[in-house]
Design a protein around this ligand. Structure first.
Ligand code: APR
Length: 248
């Protein structure tokens, strides 16, 4: 794929770059995406039966077991060339004195494992837990005989510290993401279907502030029509090429 020359130039002189990633960037690591009809998690389960506070109230063990299964699946996978290229992008931009913010909807820790530093987790993290009743973050927990494990403070069930359907995003993370989207000159939307709000509003905000919006995705999304550059294909192939083209 040829990386547009103008985009290369803009990145070389950029002072602030923001990146939003979704399940698609982890697909090449072997993590199933949410909306992929063939292999996605949605094919086997109804997420609305699993990823909601109502589901947890109805059947805490089922929901806990599902997350346990996802943790085990994800524990076996490694960051791919796409994650690693973003780490290199962060290093290059930091060296040229620019701000780099990686906003992710993923809960799999693969960006952190790839050693990207400035990662903003919009939807929480699969490995953290909190008290269901009181929202208290719990630092140490282990899987015991009782599932879900119990809150050491109130004895109620613990839940994964991820954002479920119908829940608000962690406000610090979302504010940080809004600020990065408003301040950047280039905004990348990578491997996300751009349909889940409010994450999908971030590139729109960047557009309002006249950022160059770049989409990397093998498929069209609702963002495609307004992106300045559309790089069609897999993140694990396009990102290393792009980083090489810009920074050598
Ligand atoms: N490279 C880049 N993009 C890819 C790749 C790839 N190798 N493979 C798939 N994609 C794209 C798909 O075309 C799709 O547009 O990744 C996107 C994945 O979309 P979703 O599964 O909807 O994931 P995402 O956008 O992250 O979902 C958002 O929804 O279920 C909730 O909280 C969950 O964070 C999740 C949110």
């Amino acid at each position: 794929m040829t990386i547009p020359a103008r985009l290369v130039e803009v990145l070389r002189s950029a002072k602030a770059v923001a990146v939003l990633t979704g399940a698609g960037i982890s697909a090449e690591s072997g993590v199933p995406t949410f909306r992929d009809a063939q292999t996605g998690l949605w094919a086997k389960y109804q997420p609305t039966e699993l990823a909601t506070p109502e589901a947890f109230r109805r059947d805490p063990q089922l929901v806990w077991d599902w997350y346990d299964w996802r943790r085990k699946t994800i524990a076996k996978v490694r960051p791919n060339a796409g994650h690693l290229a973003l780490t290199r992008m962060e290093r290059q931009l930091t060296t040229q004195g620019a701000q780099f913010t990686l906003i992710t909807q993923n809960v799999d820790s693969l960006h952190q494992l790839a050693a990207t530093h400035n990662v903003v987790e919009l939807h929480g993290n699969l490995y953290r837990v909190k008290c269901f009743a009181e929202d208290r973050p719990i630092e140490f927990w282990e899987a015991g005989e009782v599932t879900p494990p119990r809150c050491p403070e109130c004895g109620g069930p613990l839940r994964p510290a991820v954002v479920w359907f119908g829940e608000a995003l962690p406000s610090d993370a979302f504010n940080h993401a809004l600020q990065a989207a408003a301040q950047c000159e280039v905004f990348f939307s990578i491997g996300t279907s751009s349909i889940v709000e409010p994450a999908a509003s971030l590139p729109r905000l960047a557009l309002e502030y006249e950022a160059v919006v770049v989409e990397i995705n093998p498929e069209e999304t609702p963002l495609t029509a307004s992106a300045a550059y559309i790089l069609r294909g897999r993140a694990g192939e396009i990102l290393p090429e792009l980083v090489k083209e810009v920074w050598g």
